[in-house]
Design a protein. Structure first.
Length: 228
């Protein structure tokens, strides 16, 4: 957010922001192992400060710390390649979403195991606001039906084989995607575009905000205080 401290380490209700995300994931019985993708050089801080702040369950479930890439999708790919053990499903979560709750994680896990969902379950919520599609000059080109618009969040959960295949295809197609001006903004987009798989959205929570701007911190703080 432009300050000296990376946003994932900003203090939030007594813990580094990322520790809240880690704490929630580690507390879920659906999550057995965790790979943390972090900025290169932050290993000691994460190991000595973030993980302990997340609690004993986090200490037991974090399997590895992996350096991130120049872009989000490259960081995710680094994390996927660090999974060297058997697992059927992968949940990809943004550390800047500290308010993910255990009930949402359980719904996603139940959904991804449902054959009707094609090995996909992505957190999101129906949009409360009308969305406008604009041109480069910010003039409205069209207005999609709000009843069909969702705001996508994380975790995004997939069969491991499916998401790994999507990222393998991404690395092969990256020059063409870049040349075409395609901006890869989430994991589901790769599954939709490169694997031609329908992606199932699952309601999570409106409280599952992404901390992006300075005013998000006191908002998240107020939610945590209200839950005490």
């Amino acid at each position: 957010m432009g300050g000296p401290v990376p946003k994932q380490y900003l203090p939030l209700h007594g813990r580094p922001l990322a520790a809240w995300s880690l704490r929630a994931l580690a507390a879920s019985s659906c999550i057995t192992d965790i790979v943390m993708v972090i900025p290169e050089g932050d290993e000691d801080y994460v190991r000595n400060t973030v993980i302990p702040a997340a609690g004993e369950e986090a200490r037991g479930k974090v399997r590895s710390l992996v350096p991130g890439g120049a872009e989000r999708y490259l960081s995710v790919w680094n994390g996927l390649r660090a999974i060297t053990w058997d697992c059927a499903y992968v949940a990809i979560h943004d550390g800047a979403r500290p308010l993910i709750d255990e009930a949402s994680i359980q719904r996603l896990y139940d959904a991804v195991r449902d054959p009707a969902n094609g090995g996909t379950a992505v957190a999101g919520m129906p949009s409360k606001d009308t969305v406008k599609i604009t041109n480069a000059g910010a003039f409205v080109e069209n207005t999609p039906d709000r009843s069909r618009v969702w705001i996508v969040q994380t975790p995004q959960v997939f069969e491991r084989e499916l998401i790994t295949t999507a990222y393998e295809k991404m690395t092969e197609s990256l020059p063409a995607l870049t040349a075409a001006g395609v901006n890869i903004t989430d994991d589901a987009m790769l599954v939709e575009t490169l694997c031609h798989r329908r992606v199932r959205l699952i309601e999570a929570s409106y409280r599952n905000i992404k901390v992006t701007t300075p005013e998000d911190i006191p908002f998240a703080e107020s939610i945590l205080q209200a839950e005490q």
